[in-house]
Design a protein around this ligand. Structure first.
Ligand code: NAP
Length: 290
């Protein structure tokens, strides 16, 4: 990479490290007030290798800053009922402050039933319809961690969203949809694209801020971008490859996230931040006091 391109990078890894340092201090303050260690429970169904790698990275960060991790692993031929029972057991366990159901969940299990069993207070990845509805309306709730981490990254790099043309590619309930809502709440004019969108390159060409979350390696080409666009690549494909063709995009973009080291570390830092916030709330300690 040329040095002029180096200055365009939105370094999520560095910001995430700062967030984790702040969290370490907050957890120590929480414990000094007689509080328990924040505890994050994760349920994984089956043995998806990408999920496994994500959980290993997340558990490592947790142990570095003092968050306790519990893992529940269910066989891939488990039933929806068994999965919901596992969630319910964690909901009823007062020593667990935060619950994640790792996705993808193998077919034919109804992951939505599992998500809906997580109450707002412990839904640190904003997966339930109640959490998502509140995020859309701008009401207090934990938002989904990847879009929340992206919003934090945009704030850190002082990207102006008020009145900006923002394009989101991907409409999944955990990424594209909450992302579009958060951008709308930040007063951007948002276009949400998906696999039925006609002429994606033309729409992308109008974006001041582009968020790509489609799961297609190097799909978005630099030649489609408006010069000076801010490009956020949430894609994470096999071999650490994003959804944006970085080499052709970096010359056109004003700012761009690298893969790896952009959005991914921000997602993990946000999960951990939400876990500490959930723990503080459940212990009745104002987060702002920490
Ligand atoms: P998903 O549920 O598979 O959704 C993909 C979205 O992309 C869908 O809305 C799909 O449209 C759309 N899409 C697919 N092909 C398209 C095309 N040719 N043109 C326009 N839109 C297209 O994926 P996801 O869970 O949202 O994840 C998206 C990506 O983000 C993946 O690479 C995933 O690994 C990554 N991710 C990263 C993090 C992180 O922390 N960095 C976290 C979560 C996910 P339809 O709705 O019409 O099918």
């Amino acid at each position: 990479m040329h040095s002029s391109e180096d200055g365009k990078l939105m370094r999520g890894g560095e910001l995430a490290r700062r967030i984790l340092d702040e969290l370490r201090a907050k957890i120590a303050a929480l414990r000094a007030r007689g509080g328990a260690a924040p505890t994050l429970a994760t349920i994984m169904v089956g043995d998806d290798p990408a999920s496994h790698a994500y959980l290993v990275a997340k558990d490592k960060r947790c142990s570095e800053i003092g968050i306790e991790c519990r893992r529940v692993t269910l066989a891939k031929d488990t039933t929806t009922q068994r999965l919901v029972e596992a969630v319910t057991a964690l909901v009823e366990d007062a020593s667990v402050h935060a619950i994640l159901v790792q996705h993808p969940v193998p077919e034919p299990i109804d992951k939505r039933a599992a998500f809906e069993a997580i109450p707002l207070a412990k839904d640190v990845d904003g997966v339930s319809s109640a959490s998502l509805g509140r995020v859309i309306l701008g009401m207090p709730a934990f938002p989904s961690c990847t879009p929340a981490g992206i919003m934090r990254l945009l704030r850190e790099y002082q990207v102006s969203l008020d009145g900006a043309d923002a394009v989101v590619v991907g409409r999944s309930p955990i990424l594209g949809r909450p992302m579009a809502s958060m951008l709308i709440n930040a007063h951007a004019t948002v276009t949400l694209c998906h696999s039925r969108t006609r002429d994606l390159p033309a729409i992308i060409g109008r974006a001041d801020v582009l968020i790509v979350a489609m799961g297609k390696p190097r799909f978005v080409q630099g030649g489609w971008l408006e010069r000076g666009a801010v490009v956020i690549d949430a894609g994470y494909n096999a071999g650490n490859i994003g959804d944006v063709d970085f080499d052709s995009a970096v010359g056109q973009a004003a700012l761009i996230t690298p893969v790896p080291g952009g959005v991914g570390p921000m997602t993990i830092a946000t999960v951990l931040e939400h876990t500490v916030q959930a723990c503080a709330a459940q212990l009745g300690v104002p987060y702002t006091d920490l």
